[in-house]
Write a protein that binds this ligand. Sequence first.
Ligand code: RNT
Ligand code: ZN
Length: 421
Amino acid sequence: MKKEFVERAYALAKEQYAALGIDTDKAIAKMNSVKISLHCWQTDDVGGFETPDSTLGGGGIQVTGNYPGKARSIAEMKMDLEKAMSLLPGKQRLNLHAIYGEFGGQFVDRDQIEVKHFQGWIDWAKNQGLGLDFNASCFSHPKADDGFTLSSKDETIRQFWIEHVKRCRVIGAEIGKQLGSPCVLNHWIPDGSKDMPVDRGGHRAILQKSLDEIFAVEYPKEYLKDSVECKLFGIGSEAMVVGSHEFYMGYAIKNNKLLCLDMGHFHPTEQVGDKISSCLLFVDELMLHVSRGVRWDSDHVVTFSDELNLLAQEVIRCKALDRVNIGLDFFDGSLNRIGAYVIGTRAAQQAFLFALLEPTEMIRKFEEQGKSFERLASLEGMKTMLFGAVYDKYCLDNGVPAGVDYITEIQQYESDVLSKR
Ligand code: RNT
Ligand code: ZN
């Protein structure tokens, strides 16, 4: 898209929004505080590099598709992430999983991981000017095969996973310290049961005990922030998930942890956007896993949807940008994976920019006066404003392709790099 075209379209958009009292320049500037944490696991379909043939195994999540070109090493991952980020406006973060350590060809079991296995990532992030987030990996492992980790009744297994998570916290705190930006360490475990258990309470009490043991060590908040992620059901845990919404909401409130809300982890008619204003009354901060479930928690590439818009609108309407950590969580092996990042991250950014351009005060007044028609008309009106021109201008200002001009760049990368893997 020609620079001159983007500028002309933006000038019109600016005027159109100004008529509603909205300053588009300010909204674009505000996008500096919308940091999206890119999940590293879209590069290789959640395989990790513990062994040469590591793949996602069980754990209630699944990747489908076999599109060529997935990253086969950490060097390739870094390259792919750099490519994806070069097509995104603004500065992002990277969200690492523990299975992506640099283990130097040795098998290092989960209860043995150390900071040194992630030093390469920390150095890389420093170089790229990125913050890093982290995740314990309690799946794709023989000790997770029976479906229970931190809530296991087998004490050896439970201790193994406690050790893993404790080590993840050491690593996370060091990441935050070295990079000068708090690392959000997310805790999601696959624990649950395919069919109806009779001891839901027993497993939940064990999970609570394990978390208490793990969190007994305190780290400064400037280094590490722990979040806990609930789920309604997973593949193979249809009847019960130990870490349900009630479990983690209660745990986070009682123990001052961050609550992680994943858009694919609730009943399909529930909207995570609707939960924001409630949760923010009771926890200091949220972690959002921006995802897209299609009929189930399928982790499709995020698109600029009504559901995503509500999520961003609620964060902005609650003036809570500084209390919400935004991360992506999708994995699709059926399309170009760099393309998946660019589409998904841009969709998330667009939702936040769209929300920043809402004349909320004006619409709130309609609401308070019982003017429901005027409220609905205003919300509808926002959808056909010249919004695309504002996002294009944001891209242009950041020196990245506007519109879908990134398609050709990704095709080029596919023929130069990905197709040769
Ligand atoms: C799984 C959770 C979790 C994972 C990642 C890989 O249902 O959403 O966040 O997707 O940890
Ligand atoms: Zn998630």
